[in-house]
Design a protein around this ligand. Structure first.
Ligand code: HEC
Length: 225
């Protein structure tokens, strides 16, 4: 959108004004090209607003494995809604467009809804030995501490302090955040951010299993007689 403004719309306008100031006939095709790019930007208004807000509420958009397809569908729906208003400003009332966009939105929410990973019965319920911290430590090490450490050391996302002050190199901090971790990395795939390290469903299930078993640190496990 910015490139349309800075490389086409403004330069073309300037060329036309320059031609007029020099007493020449301005090239109207330059104006038409600018108008076409403005129209493209106009159709992108709603998708861009969505992209700006969505990174704070990632849920099933960028945490989803089909994130690009969801974004493409949302952009089409957004452009459709914009089309309704464009026509309305020209005096045409196509009333069916907005309900169709709303229906498409509902269908999209339905097909993209996350399929939560459900850890099975707790250790107590199933009579097996509970998982302890050292069982899941390699998962945290591999997928979380590049960002959640003091200081973070993620080559793709340089940051001065761990996000939300959450330092997951400390086992007791992981335990204290168990409910949050369940929501962010097991029930949804929001973490690790953009699944940069390709965390698998098996790893998520194991992490969830540790939490269901009581998020035990190694020292807290009672040795089975
Ligand atoms: C690439 C960097 C990165 C990685 C890797 C990462 N996180 Fe995060 N994490 C973030 C960012 C950024 C936020 C803050 C998001 C926000 O503000 O909405 C966050 C927030 C969180 C929160 C929410 C804290 C709160 O109080 O709301 C939890 C829980 C969390 N991460 C857990 C994890 C777990 C578990 C892993 C590994 C499976 C992980 N993260 C891997 C960057 C990362």
């Amino acid at each position: 959108m910015a490139a349309n403004v800075f490389f086409v719309i403004i330069p073309n306008q300037r060329k036309m004004v320059d031609a007029m100031s020099a007493g020449q006939e301005p090239d109207v095709s330059l104006g038409a090209m600018g108008a076409q790019r403005s129209l493209h930007n106009n159709y992108f208004t709603l998708p861009v607003l969505f992209i700006m807000i969505s990174n704070h509420f990632s849920m099933s958009t960028y945490g989803h494995e089909w994130n690009w397809a969801i974004l493409a569908a949302l952009s089409l729906i957004g452009a459709g809604a914009r089309h309704y208003f464009n026509l309305k400003h020209q005096g045409e009332h196509k009333v069916w467009i907005l309900p169709a966009a709303a229906l498409a939105m509902i269908c999209l929410a339905f097909v993209s809804k996350p399929v939560p990973i459900q850890p099975s019965l707790s250790a107590e319920e199933s009579g097996r030995a509970p998982l302890v911290y050292s069982d899941i430590a390699p998962i945290i090490e591999k997928h979380c501490v590049s960002c959640h450490a003091e200081p973070p050391n993620n080559p793709l996302w340089p940051m001065p302090t761990p996000p939300k002050g959450l330092n997951l190199t400390i086992p007791s901090a992981v335990k204290a955040q168990a409910a949050n971790i369940m929501a962010q990395a097991v029930h949804s795939k929001v973490m690790p951010l953009a699944n940069q390290t390709n965390m698998t469903d098996d790893e998520r299930t194991k992490l969830g299993q540790w939490i269901v078993d009581g998020a035990l640190l190694d020292a807290e496990s009672t040795p089975t007689p």
